[in-house]
Ligand binder design. Structure first.
Ligand SMILES: C[SH](C)CC(=O)O
Length: 267
């Protein structure tokens, strides 16, 4: 009923994603920082979180999810981040390209493309929206590459093609990384590589690059979100720097909810 607290309205649940995501670590930090002892962070997946969000949004029901930018949900729905006055979610950061040691010697062409790969949240948003609207990730990536030949040529100009060399790129099924990894996979395929995109959890993605079973991933949320993974494998990977700038993490609610800050959950 209308007098219920926000906690009572959402059964004191925050709908999260896969447990290995840094976003989940930051949300547990927020639960502790804001003393939300009655609250539960529900583990699941990016897909389960967006399904729960759609179900609630379509019925204009209250819901609190762990969210991030860039993400298609901010285009599909009218959403807002809850203010984070205690800074549990840190500052905006970047997504880095991470490759195994030795890649530069073994696959100089792929290394060069991965080192050059850089695009914007708008670019990523186009591919994510295509996928959200029903296109397969492969087709959405292929279309974007065709329509953005000028940007792709900045990554590939001067890079020799190859003849069927195998390359394996790991990624986690976050909507942002499904988009970026399929675009890079398409570009490397066009260069002649036999590309395998391997969907794994966040931990195994970093472990795979460190032990060489994966050649690369382009899902390094740094410096904070994946700091645990980066420090655990320090020296066992090469960070080629940011491929996208200006990410954000936090708690996200539909704009029809009359709360504005994480502090408001403490009612
Ligand atoms: C969910 S964000 C794409 C990345 C992360 O939180 O680890």
């Amino acid at each position: 009923n209308e007098n219920a607290t926000i906690g009572e309205k959402v059964d004191y649940e925050i709908i999260g994603i896969d447990p290995g995501a840094g976003l989940m670590k930051a949300t547990n930090q927020a639960i502790s920082d804001y003393e939300l002892s009655d609250w539960t962070l529900v583990e699941g997946s990016s897909a389960a979180m967006t399904a729960a969000l759609k179900k609630a949004y379509d019925k204009e029901e209250p819901i609190i999810v762990t969210g991030w930018t860039p993400h298609w949900m901010f285009t599909a729905y009218d959403l807002k981040y809850l203010e984070d006055p205690k800074g549990s979610y840190g500052e905006d950061e970047n997504i880095h390209s991470i490759v195994r040691n030795g890649l530069k010697e073994d696959m100089p062409e792929a290394y060069e493309v991965l080192d050059n790969f850089h695009w914007t949240t708008e670019d990523m948003g186009v591919v994510m929206m295509d996928i959200y609207e029903g296109e397969s990730p492969e087709k959405a990536a292929e279309s974007w590459v065709e329509e953005n030949a000028d940007k792709v040529s900045e990554w590939t100009d001067g890079v020799d093609s190859v003849d069927g060399d195998k390359i394996k790129i790991g990624y986690v099924a976050w909507d942002s990384e499904i988009a970026s990894t399929n675009v890079v996979g398409q570009v490397l395929t066009d260069l002649g590589y036999d590309v395998t995109l391997s969907q794994v959890e966040a931990g195994p993605m970093w472990t795979g690059v460190a032990d060489g079973s994966l050649d690369a991933h382009i899902a390094g949320w740094l410096p904070i979100t994946h700091e645990d993974y980066a420090s655990k494998y320090e020296g066992q990977f090469e960070d080629l720097g940011a491929n996208l700038e200006g990410t954000k993490l936090g708690l996200v609610v539909p704009s029809y909810m009359d709360i504005d800050s994480i502090e408001d959950l403490k009612e």
